[in-house]
Write a protein that binds this ligand. Structure first.
Ligand SMILES: Nc1ncnc2c1ncn2[C@@H]1O[C@H](COP(=O)(O)OP(=O)(O)OP(=O)(O)O)[C@@H](O)[C@H]1O
Ligand SMILES: [Mg+2]
Length: 385
C-alpha cells in the first residue's frame, strides 16, 4: 500500500463539490450581495441578480456561499431564509426546473398534466404552508433562458404572494440580459447584474494557498510552487484548472514517495492534464532552440520554477562548449528565447527584483524533456558529423 495521505490530508477539500468557507478575492462581491439580499428580505422584497463570468471565475462558489451564509444568518423580517440551488445544465426546461422547485417546498407533482402556471400556483401554495424567503439559484442557466423561458418571468413576479420573498439568481458564463424577454428585463437593472472578472496570477496564487492550506500537510508546499501553478492557469483565470493542477501535482508527489510538492510534480500534472508538447513539436525546433531549451531543462531539473536569464545564458554557454558549438551572441540568445516563448514552450517573466528576466518551463517534467532533447541533439549532431 502506498503511504496514503503523505501530502493530501484532506483531499475532499479539493473536490469540485466542496464549498470553501472563505472565498479569497471575492469578499467584496459576497458582502455586497449579502447586504442587498438581506435588506430586501428584511423589507419583504426580492432582489434578483444576473451573475456572469468566465469558466472557473467562482460563480457557482459565490452563489452557493451566498445561499449558505444567508441561511445561517437567521430570520429576516420574521421569516427564515432558504436557498435552493438548481443546476439547469441537464434540466434546461421550465417544467423540469419547476419540478425541482416544487420538491424544495416538499410538494410532488406528476411530470404530466399540469401547465407551468398551474405548477407555479402549487409552488406558491407549498410556500404558503411553510412561509420563508427563498433564494433561488439557477446555475448554468444559458440554455434555459435562450429557449424563451416563462419561468424567469413567473419567479420575478411572485411578490404579491405574502409568503416571504423569492429572489432569483441566474448564473451563466455569458451575460444573459440580452436574451431575457422585455418583461423580465425590468427586474434586472444595472445594480442587478454582476460580472466576475477572470482571476489574475496573484489572485490564483492566493486561492491556491487558501485551498492548499485546507487540503495538504503543512510544510509540504511553498508559495513558489503555487505561483508556478498560477502562472499556468492565469491565461484563462480559471480557478478550477488551477485546483486540478494542484491536486494532480500532489498526487504526482505522493506517487513518487516525496514529502513535498516540487516544480517537477507540477510539470508532470500539467503534462498529463493538458499535454501541449508533442515529441513531434521538438522536431520542428532549430538547433539553437534545442540547445537553449536543453540548458533550461537541465537547470530546472535540479530545482526551481524558473531560472534568471543571465544564469541560463551561462549554463547555455557551458553546454555549447560541451557540444563543441560556437558561442551565441546575446541578441541571438534572446531571440531564441522569444521564439521558444512564442512556441509555448517557455515562459518569460520579469523577476522579483525587476531587472532580470526569469525563464520557466511548465509543459512537462524537466527530467523527461532533458532526455528527449539530449536524444534529439545527439541525432542532429550525428547527422552533421
Ligand atoms: N475565490 C475563491 N477561493 C477559493 N476557491 C475558489 C474561489 N473561486 C473559485 N474557487 C474554486 O474554484 C473552482 C471553480 O469555481 P466555480 O465552480 O465557482 O467556477 P464557475 O465560475 O462556476 O465555473 P463554470 O463556469 O465552469 O461553472 C471551485 O472548486 C471553487 O471552489
Ligand atoms: Mg459553475
Amino acid at each position: 500500500m502506498s503511504p496514503a495521505g503523505r501530502i493530501l490530508l484532506h483531499e475532499e477539500t479539493l473536490e469540485p463539490s466542496y464549498l470553501p468557507p472563505k472565498l479569497v478575492h471575492r469578499e467584496k462581491e459576497l458582502a455586497l450581495l449579502l447586504k442587498r439580499d438581506r435588506e430586501a428580505f428584511q423589507k419583504g422584497l426580492s432582489y434578483h441578480l444576473l451573475l456572469h463570468g468566465g469558466v472557473g471565475s467562482g460563480k457557482t462558489a459565490l452563489a452557493r456561499r451566498l445561499g449558505s451564509d444567508l441561511e445561517r444568518g437567521g430570520r429576516l423580517g420574521q421569516l427564515p431564509v432558504r436557498a435552493v440551488y438548481i443546476n439547469c445544465w441537464r434540466r434546461a426546461s421550465d417544467r423540469t426546473v419547476m419540478l425541482d422547485l416544487l420538491r424544495s417546498v416538499h410538494v410532488s407533482l406528476p411530470d404530466r398534466g399540469y401547465s407551468l402556471s398551474e405548477m407555479h400556483d402549487v409552488f406558491e401554495q407549498g410556500l404558503r404552508r411553510n412561509p420563508q424567503h427563498l433564494l433561488v439559484l439557477l446555475d448554468e442557466a444559458s440554455a434555459l433562458v435562450k429557449q424563451e423561458t416563462k419561468l424567469v418571468y413567473l419567479l420575478t413576479r411572485s411578490q404579491e404572494v405574502e409568503l416571504g420573498s423569492i429572489s432569483l439568481v441566474l448564473i451563466a458564463v455569458e451575460d444573459l440580459f440580452p436574451y431575457l424577454d422585455p418583461a423580465s428585463r425590468s427586474s434586472f437593472g444595472v445594480t442587478h447584474r454582476l460580472f466576475l472578472a477572470p482571476y489574475d496570477r496573484e489572485s490564483l496564487t492566493d486561492i491556491l494557498e487558501a485551498r492548499a492550506t485546507l487540503a495538504l500537510r503543512p510544510g509540504s508546499f511553498d508559495r513558489d510552487v503555487l505561483e508556478q501553478i498560477a502562472r499556468i492557469a492565469a491565461p484563462n483565470g480559471d480557478a478550477r484548472f488551477a485546483l486540478e493542477l494542484l491536486s494532480g501535482a500532489a498526487h504526482a508527489a505522493e506517487d513518487a514517495d516525496s514529502d513535498t510538492l516540487t516544480p517537477e510534480h507540477v510539470r508532470r500534472s500539467k503534462g498529463s492534464l493538458l499535454p501541449t508538447v508533442a515529441e513531434s513539436q521538438l522536431e520542428s525546433l532549430s538547433t539553437n532552440e534545442l540547445g537553449v531549451l536543453l540548458a533550461l531543462t537541465r537547470s530546472l531539473k535540479r530545482k526551481g520554477t524558473s531560472v534568471a536569464s543571465q544564469k541560463l545564458r551561462a549554463t547555455h554557454a557551458a553546454l555549447l562548449d560541451e557540444l563543441g558549438g560556437s558561442p551565441m551572441s546575446r541578441t541571438t540568445f534572446w531571440r531564441t528565447l522569444k521564439e521558444l516563448e512564442r512556441d509555448g514552450l517557455v515562459t518569460l517573466d520579469t523577476g522579483p527584483s525587476g531587472e532580470s528576466n526569469q525563464v520557466g518551463m511548465d509543459e512537462m517534467p524537466a527530467s523527461f524533456l532533458t532526455t528527449l532533447l539530449e536524444e534529439r541533439l545527439g541525432q542532429s549532431r550525428g547527422r552533421k558529423a
